[in-house]
Design a protein around this ligand. Structure first.
Ligand SMILES: [Zn+2]
Ligand SMILES: [Zn+2]
Length: 363
């Protein structure tokens, strides 16, 4: 039996969903399936003899501009551009249910964040039209993570409070640790998935690092556009629209040839002198004022991987030098396994520019 979480919102497992889809329901009208496959055939693979009718409404892939009024900017996400984001269909007895299916595995490394927007919108809309069941396989991790995010956003609850509240309805909920970490980021970004936020950028880099460590080829399109090329466009636009002054953008240039190599927004800040990785969110808050880091000022900045980093994109090496795309001066170093900054912090993966090799100016 599915558990009631809020008015018109239920959580359940695959058995609950199968039973409702086969036999109908007096209450539930919408189903959000979060399973490793979005196909309705997942149910018959799970239990032979089950056959659930369905009629496709639409399939949306990462990178699609989205249907009519809904536009999800997925260009800066961590997801591969050809991946299925969700499918929407009429399903079940008399095709009476609207089912949205999202392909997501229950793994710590799985990118939950980039599915939250579409899932939370679906839950919100479904509750206006009827009642929605959110289910995964066991009803413990994936569905719980999504409902937790929904409660956080709709009721402005902290992660801890949202989970606590969900446990009142369904005791067994327990999102995996990777999902919990991402839900914490969701909270820190103000209950939204903000691709421009440095929290998200660091997450994106970690996802990229994970896929490198799994031996996958790094997709250069996931690297940030070369500001050395776009900066010229920016400045010529500024000249063209003389009179209207654009706010100055801080930029890092190669000290030798003055080529723009990174913008301020490409820099991933770290807390000087702190622990092992930039992903210890909890440590972040507990930093004390007696930090010894004052003595060890950072000698480097760390940036997102940028498209001018040819050694990274083309050679697929674990580590190597970063050289200027124009004059080939040495600017820094990269290492997918991480680099320790002079302040003591470990940055993983790391794309490091030595402060002594770059100048800061504005564009
Ligand atoms: Zn540092
Ligand atoms: Zn240069």
């Amino acid at each position: 039996m599915p558990y009631l979480v809020r008015e018109h919102l239920f959580i359940g497992n695959i058995g609950d969903a199968a039973e409702i889809l086969q036999n109908g329901s007096n209450e539930i009208t919408h189903i959000l399936s979060v399973l490793s496959s979005a196909s309705i055939s997942f149910f018959s693979e799970w239990r032979s003899g089950i056959s659930i009718p369905c009629k496709e409404i639409r399939k949306v892939y990462v990178g699609d501009s989205g249907p009519e009024d809904v536009s999800h900017d997925m260009s800066k996400t961590s997801l591969s551009p050809d991946r299925l984001l969700y499918s929407l269909e009429y399903a079940g007895k008399d095709l009476k249910f609207v089912r949205m299916a999202v392909p997501l595995r229950d793994m710590e490394s799985e990118d939950l964040l980039d599915y939250l927007d579409v899932c939370l919108d679906f839950i919100e809309d479904s509750r206006k039209e009827g009642s929605v069941l959110v289910h995964c396989f066991a009803g413990v991790s994936r569905s719980a993570a999504i409902i937790t995010a929904y409660l956080m956003k709709s009721e402005q609850l902290s992660l801890e409070d949202a989970i606590e509240s969900l446990k009142q309805s369904c005791e067994s909920v327990c999102p995996n640790d990777g999902f919990l970490e991402q839900l914490k980021m969701f909270e820190q970004m103000g209950f939204k998935v903000d691709h421009a936020n440095s929290i998200y950028k660091r997450f994106r880099l970690k996802v990229l690092g994970d896929s490198y460590n799994r031996g996958e080829k790094i997709d250069g399109s996931k690297f940030v556009a070369d500001p050395g090329l776009t900066a010229e466009i920016v400045s010529s636009n500024v000249e063209a629209s003389a009179g209207k002054q654009a706010p100055p953008t801080p930029a890092y240039r190669c000290k030798k040839c003055r080529r723009v190599i990174a913008l301020q927004e490409n820099v991933l800040d770290h807390v000087p002198g702190e622990g092992e990785t930039c992903f210890e969110w909890h440590k972040r808050r507990s930093r004390n004022s007696f930090s010894r880091s004052d003595d060890n000022e950072c000698s480097s900045i760390f940036v997102e991987p940028l498209r001018w980093m040819k050694t990274v994109v083309e050679e697929g090496a674990l580590e190597g030098k970063l050289t200027c795309a124009h004059c080939e001066a040495r600017l820094g170093y990269f290492n997918w396994s991480g680099i320790q900054c002079s302040c003591g912090s470990w940055i993983t993966p790391a794309f490091q520019l030595h402060k002594s090799r770059v100048d800061i100016s504005t564009i």
